[in-house]
Each structure stands twice: as C-alpha cells, then as structure tokens.
Design a protein. Sequence first.
Length: 260
Amino acid sequence: MSTVRAENISVSYDKTTIIENLSLEIPSQKITTIIGANGCGKSTLLKALTRIQAIKDGQIYLDGQAIATLPTKEVAKKMALLPQVLEAAEGISVYELVSYGRYPHQKYMGSLSNKDRDKIHWAMEVTRISQFANLDVDALSGGQRQRVWIAMALAQDTDTIFLDEPTTYLDMNHQLEVLELLQRLNKDTQKTIIMVLHDLNLSARFSDYLVAMKDGAIKYKGSVQEVMTTAILKDIFKIDAQIIEDLITNRPILLTYQLL
C-alpha cells in the first residue's frame, strides 16, 4: 500500500505561480476526486504529485521518501498516471499498448516474462478488453480505448492510480462504464485512485473523498457529504446550487444551479 503526501508545495510555469504552499495527504485505498473551476490548478497538482511537473518549493513524499530522490522506475512501480490527452502510435495493437505498462518491471533486455504476461492478461480481463487483443487501438470506440489505457495502468501493477479527466469526450454510457470499472477496482483490489473530474454529480457518486481547489489552493476537503454543499459550491464555482439526495446512491446530487 503506497502513501502519497504533499507538504507545502509550490508550482510555477515560467514566472506564473499556479500552486503555492499546498499540503495534502491522499487517503489510501480510497477514491479521491479533485474538483474546481477551470484554471484552479487541478491538473497541475496531479502532475506534481506524480513527478511529471517539477515543484518549486516544498516536498512530495511517496511511502515516506521524498519522491524527487527516487529512481524513475521505482516511482513507476508504485504509481501510474493516465493524463488527459492519450495518444497511441498508429497501428499499435491493444495487447502491445497494454504491455507497455510492464516497462518499469522489465530487465535490460526488455522481453516479457511469464509474470509480465500474467499481469497483462489479468489487466485485460478485468477491463473486459481481452476480445480486442489483436485489434488496432484506433479501431475501438472511445469508451473501449479508455478501458485499454486503464488496462495499461493496471498492468503496471501499482498501488496508486492517478487519472486526469478519464471521462473526457465520452458519452454518458461510457462515462458510467469507466467510473464503475474504477470503483470496482478500488473495492476488489484496494487500489488508491485519484481523479480530476469536471462533472460534480459523477464526482459525488463515485468518490469517497473530495478535494475542492480554488486559485491554486485547497479550500475544502472531506467526505462527499462534507464538500458537496451549497455554500462550498457557491465559493468554488460562483453558483447558486440546489442539492438533493440521489435516490440511487443516497449521495448529494446537484439538481440545478444558476450564476450568482
């Protein structure tokens, strides 16, 4: 079980500060979703936590060790990241793309071991893409392609998975398909999952813990019931929201809203 903690981190692009003096500990074996208005720093925080984006100040710890001091392959054995923009090489098969997830575990020769193949087959099975193994990734639908990328992250065999907008460009059916898959993985394998989502109702439905950001800072964090309130949504999104209880999940749901 990997633990991820940020302590007083600041992140800048050129001379523009995006995140300043931010601290956060990710709950282990839970689904955490980061919400907030466009430009608040959600994706930047995700990239910083996974060492994709360098931090200017502070420290990020992975299992109690400063992540900046760890070898790249060691970090990749403990956390996987699916960025918002996902592009596969033209003509690559589903099996080949999923197999890339085993790279951190491979030796110098780069050949797949029996353990590698077992992890690849398991990842494809739980994401229900085994029947597509020999097809080109480009031949699949958006929802199917997203499951292939998730399978690649699963094949990486990490305790923690970060996903930046995993439902972007997907229709309602495929959004539920992907998020139900992540929820099932969390429950069945106790993987820690951290997502950035724009849809507040999906965030409330599929999360154990919400982190609400504003202007590069974490303003609120806690359970869905603690964060999904009219007062907090007013502060974070500048909206007058009407919230009711979802009859299916018994979670808060945004019924309607208007600009303040």
